[in-house]
Design a binder for this molecule. Sequence first.
Ligand SMILES: NC(=O)c1ccc[n+]([C@@H]2O[C@H](COP(=O)([O-])OP(=O)(O)OC[C@H]3O[C@@H](n4cnc5c(N)ncnc54)[C@H](O)[C@@H]3O)[C@@H](O)[C@H]2O)c1
Length: 262
Amino acid sequence: MKTRKLSKIFDIKGKVAIVTGAGRGIGQAIASDLAGFGASVVIADMDLKNAQKVAREIEAAGGKAIAIKTDVSDNKSVDQMVRRTIEKFGRIDILVNNSGIMSRCMVMDMKEEELERTLEINLKGVFLCSQAVAKHMIERKGGKIVNMGSSMSSRGSVCNLSGGGADYCASKAAVQAFTRTLAMELAPCGINVNAVAPGITNTPMHEGLWEGAKLYYENSVPLGRMAEPEDIADVVLFLVTDAARYITGQTIHVNGGQIMVD
Ligand SMILES: NC(=O)c1ccc[n+]([C@@H]2O[C@H](COP(=O)([O-])OP(=O)(O)OC[C@H]3O[C@@H](n4cnc5c(N)ncnc54)[C@H](O)[C@@H]3O)[C@@H](O)[C@H]2O)c1
């Protein structure tokens, strides 16, 4: 039997990663995981103060990170972020399209502009960042892209209880469909494209959430609790290592078993 050096398979030391929406929540946990395992990380977030705080924390722990103010829904902002990443670190190996917003509006109350804003950030943002970064990955003949979907992409949601509105659910289903086709297009270039679909996760996105809704979720999740950001980040970490080299175009569900019972 061939002997394999397993530590090599999980090694991301020296890789360069961009994580969008990494100023807090799940993105922050992903950035910390990647930096903790030796990658240089770009914290790309609309909220520069939060992004700088996360970068400082990573550096204080001995990692490498820079904060870049980025609006993923704006072409120029995305191009500038990618240019600054290349200037600073010379290449891009990993892109995590994590930034997203959640609306909680019922369809009959939803304004056209609200729907457009959700799609601009949650879907167009994934498109703009993927296109800008994939150009470099194609030149280098390799890379890993992970997009953030949601368990709400495949089930109905009660948005005034705790879920997202129909615009949010549709945007996440679109991200997962986008992931499959991008994976087909980039497979010949050695680039893996996957999505992670979290269930309800304890982040500032749910600040102010009705306590009863939290209890409902805790009781309905087979593993007995909401996810913590690290539960999601660890799966993203796996997907960007060589251990996941034969996985592409997939959505990995991380929800404590919740979609089995809903
Ligand atoms: N928390 C959950 O329960 C949950 C469940 C499923 C999926 N998700 C998805 O996971 C991702 C992260 O969620 P979270 O709970 O950490 O959210 P969060 O609200 O805590 O953090 C989102 C981050 O994205 C940034 N952001 C928003 N708009 C941006 C833009 N235009 N450009 C750049 N950055 C922008 C925010 O500033 C913020 O730092 C999102 O895509 C979300 O839809 C979250």
